[in-house]
Design a protein around this ligand. Structure first.
Ligand code: CTP
Ligand code: CA
Length: 226
């Protein structure tokens, strides 16, 4: 009720969000991907728009409608997501990386569909590491100059506090949002833990929509004043 009458917390801010999985092709009809419904990222995009921000959503393949008044750019691979994010980030105030980026991609993409053949061995895949989109943007001059506030996500299967605090420092970002997976995948609710320079605080179980609003409040109060 109170929030309804206060000024919009993100009025005039430009927010860039990555969401969903990436898809890394093996051949024209096959590929590898990560488990991610995109629901958390899409909920944040919608909540940010409602909080007055101008929102760009860079999305991997998901089965979700585009939130109202949000600019959506569809991509497939991590490399495409990185290219779009680097371009868009130069004019953004906040970058939120919710995407489940494939850590590796097949070293080669077969030009033609790989066929089964009697008596032949199964195909062997070799992988190369994908670029780290969040770390790349956190290292960019836009972020380093203090103009872009970067937020990461981490789904861990255990040891959340230890792994998430280490990940925040490794990526060089002021804020990282952790949750325990894989039980949250595709669900409509979640529990989030927010890690910053001074420790961590839990946002108790709620709908992804409610958590998105709370997270944006937490981000807004940490933005550099100008
Ligand atoms: N991320 C990214 N690009 C990648 C890998 C991760 O932008 N190539 C971002 C994710 O969107 C998320 C954060 O980094 O915001 C953490 O992702 P996560 O997979 O938990 O971290 P990794 O560094 O890949 O470590 P690992 O998977 O080994 O735990
Ligand atoms: Ca990863």
């Amino acid at each position: 009720v109170i929030a309804h009458f206060t000024p919009k917390v993100l009025a005039g801010k430009r927010i860039l969000i990555t969401a969903g999985p990436t898809f890394e092709a093996i051949d024209p009809v096959r590929g590898i991907t990560n488990r991610s419904s995109g629901k958390m990222g899409y909920a944040i995009a919608q909540a940010a728009q409602e909080a007055g921000a101008q929102v760009t959503l860079i999305s991997g393949p998901v089965a979700l409608p585009t939130p109202r008044n949000v600019q959506r750019l569809d991509v497939q691979s991590a490399q495409q997501m990185l290219d779009a994010a680097l371009t868009q980030s130069t004019t953004a105030d906040i970058f939120i990386a919710t995407a489940a980026v494939a850590d590796w991609r097949p070293a080669q993409i077969a030009e033609h569909k790989i066929k089964k053949a009697e008596g032949e061995s199964t195909p062997q895949l070799n992988f190369v590491e994908n670029p780290d989109i969040l770390a790349s943007i956190a290292r960019s001059t836009t972020a380093q100059s203090g103009r872009l506030y970067c937020v990461g996500f981490a789904a861990e299967s255990d040891n959340l506090v230890e792994f998430a605090s280490a990940k925040r420092k490794r990526k060089g970002i002021p804020l990282l949002v952790g949750n325990i997976g894989p039980n949250t995948f595709g669900q409509d609710d979640n529990i989030l833990t927010i890690f910053d320079d001074s420790g961590h605080v839990e946002l108790p179980r709620a709908s992804k929509r409610e958590l998105a609003k709370q997270l944006l409040q937490e981000i807004a109060k940490r933005l550099p004043k100008n």
